[in-house]
Write a protein that binds this ligand. Structure first.
Ligand SMILES: [Zn+2]
Length: 550
């Protein structure tokens, strides 16, 4: 959707408070905070470890010193600095027994090789699926606003469904699902949620590297170990009993033995007319026990109460957690320090808090939300958005920061995914005024929009965005920016080497935070409610609470 002239004009109307002297962000302070958060003493900031205790104490002390008020759980009429986040932790006990049968022939499957099964997250202590019929349901999409339903009323109770990854127009590059860009219907989390809603006993996602945008190794490494979820009232409403991926070759062979052509069925699945197909004489069996327990982690919450409309909230968010202590790298280092990911976002959050605390009080409240367990599946933000401390209907926007560039400055910025919203329009306008051009996510098909902490808020309808540092560096241009990104992804991302460096200038962050401050300040000092574009899959959810914003 194009920005209308009217909204461009309204974006430029500044209120008195936000027109005051813009704050300066201090690179030294950002550097000191990232250094502390990513020091070995914090043990890689694993949730529910001694590293969490240290992190919480440090961030609260910084938020206090910056001038924020506690904005967490309400206890005896007083706000705490944290929101308790109960997490369920589940693990398959021993080696799971998994098998496919076609006719009289049974094939045993090896966990991690042909198949990757997650520990059950529907609350089951054991999984026993015996010869469940298999049904191919195309892309597994039920999208009423696009008049698309892959299920067509098929009964999946007691059955295991098979689906394709990404959304139906990924391969054609154009169609009802945003073309190459991934809608939420393409993301694997959606596929499992929808399978649960359809009542399936299990779901097998056929892994293909291109539409998934990652390899089988990622599928394997992220799903056959310990699984985490927020503690839910009805976990079975979003998790089928069996959640798994299978390799493409296995799927092709299985279809063939059932007398079906995988590629031909895939083509059909890319059309509205597709109907579910039962795999003749084919069944799936699984047998394993699950070890499940509940651990508690914390979101850290600082707040500034609004002077005129305190019940309306602008949220800045960043996750504090990283991977903790794990397998050693080549140098024998076992601490995953997480300096960039996400010491930078946490430092940014503290400094934005300081800037707001030193400015005239905003009209709306501003919340600084430092969430836990992002690395375990966006769980701290998922928990907040399912049990919000401040009503989501009156939450104006969420501005998330994750893994910012500690060098820079750049001439541009980006966002995770490019979902259209009035919030994105505002960010683009404020950034432009500060000399930053917008470079849309170059790979919207990879579904980055669904892989950051702003997303659980979007799913609830709240306009939300993740800001990303630019790649067009003032010093060296795109070539230097891309080289630095590549170096980070290859040599430091999710590795023990993501460590603070004395050479980091933080010049880019100090500049970009001015833009993020301006966006939040513009919103906190206005009566504006940015919204999703008309064709967004998040629009209906926001519209449902429209009355509460009048
Ligand atoms: Zn991160």
């Amino acid at each position: 959707m194009k920005l209308s002239t009217a909204s461009v004009v309204s974006l430029c109307v500044l209120s008195a408070a936000s027109a005051a002297t813009p704050p300066r962000f201090d690179p030294q302070r950002l550097s000191a905070e990232v250094k502390e958060l990513s020091s070995d003493a914090f043990e890689g900031r694993g949730p529910a470890t001694p590293g969490e205790t240290k992190t919480i104490a440090y961030v609260i002390a910084q938020m206090k010193e910056a001038g924020l008020q506690p904005g967490g759980d309400l206890k005896d009429g007083k706000r705490a600095w944290t929101q308790a986040v109960p997490l369920s932790r589940s693990e398959i006990k021993g080696t799971p027994k998994l098998a496919l049968s076609v006719g009289s022939k049974t094939q045993l499957l090896t966990q991690g090789e042909e198949i990757a099964v997650r520990a059950a997250m529907d609350g089951s202590k054991s999984v026993a699926i015996e010869n469940a019929p298999l049904v191919f349901v195309g892309y597994g999409v039920n999208a009423p606003e696009r008049k698309w339903d892959d299920f067509k009323g098929v009964d999946l109770h007691g059955k295991v469904a098979i689906v394709l990854i990404n959304d139906p127009d990924f391969e054609a590059g154009e169609g009802d699902f945003g073309g190459k860009a991934m809608t939420y219907y393409g993301r694997w989390t959606y596929k499992f949620e929808e399978a649960a809603r359809q009542g399936a006993a299990g779901l097998l996602i056929v892994h293909e590297t291109d539409p998934a945008s990652y390899t089988w190794k990622t599928v394997k490494n992220s799903n056959i170990n310990t699984m985490f979820d927020i503690v839910r009232d009805k976990p079975g409403s979003v998790h089928p009993k069996l959640e798994a991926w299978i390799q493409r070759d296995l799927a092709v062979d299985l279809f063939k033995r059932s007398g079906l052509d995988f590629d031909a069925l895939k083509k059909q699945a890319q059309t509205r007319g597709f109907k579910p197909v039962v795999l003749k004489d084919a069944t799936f069996s699984a047998d394993y026990a699950v070890d499940a327990k509940v651990i508690t982690s914390q979101n850290i919450v600082g707040r500034i109460e609004g002077s005129k409309r305190p019940d309306e909230t602008v949220i800045y968010s960043a996750h504090w957690d990283h991977l903790g202590v794990g397998s050693p790298d080549a140098k024998g280092d076992r601490i995953y320090n997480g300096a960039v990911d996400n010491g930078t976002g946490t430092a940014a959050l503290i400094e934005l808090g300081r800037a707001f605390a030193h400015a005239p009080k905003p009209e709306r409240s501003v919340v600084f939300l430092n969430v836990t367990a992002e690395e375990k599946g966006l769980l701290g933000s998922e928990y907040y958005s399912s049990k919000p401390l401040y009503p989501l209907a009156k939450t104006v926007a969420v501005l998330n920061m994750d893994a910012l560039d500690p060098m820079g400055p750049a001439r541009n910025f980006t966002t995770s995914g490019s979902a259209k919203s009035g919030l994105l329009d505002l960010l683009i306008a404020d950034a432009k005024a500060a000399g930053l051009a917008y470079s849309p996510d170059p790979h919207p098909e990879a579904g980055h929009f669904f892989r950051s902490d702003h997303f659980p808020f979007a799913k609830q309808g709240v306009p939300a965005i993740s800001f990303g540092s630019g790649n067009d560096l003032v010093d060296g241009g795109v070539a230097a920016g891309e080289a630095a990104k590549k170096d980070y992804v290859t040599n430091r991302y999710h590795q023990p080497a993501d460590e603070w460096q004395a050479s980091w200038t933080f010049a880019g962050m100090a500049h970009d935070l001015g833009v993020l401050y301006k966006v939040g300040s513009d919103l906190a000092n206005s009566t504006r409610w940015p919204d999703w574009s008309q064709d967004s899959e998040f629009r209906a959810k926001r519209d449902a609470t429209r009355n509460e914003r009048q």
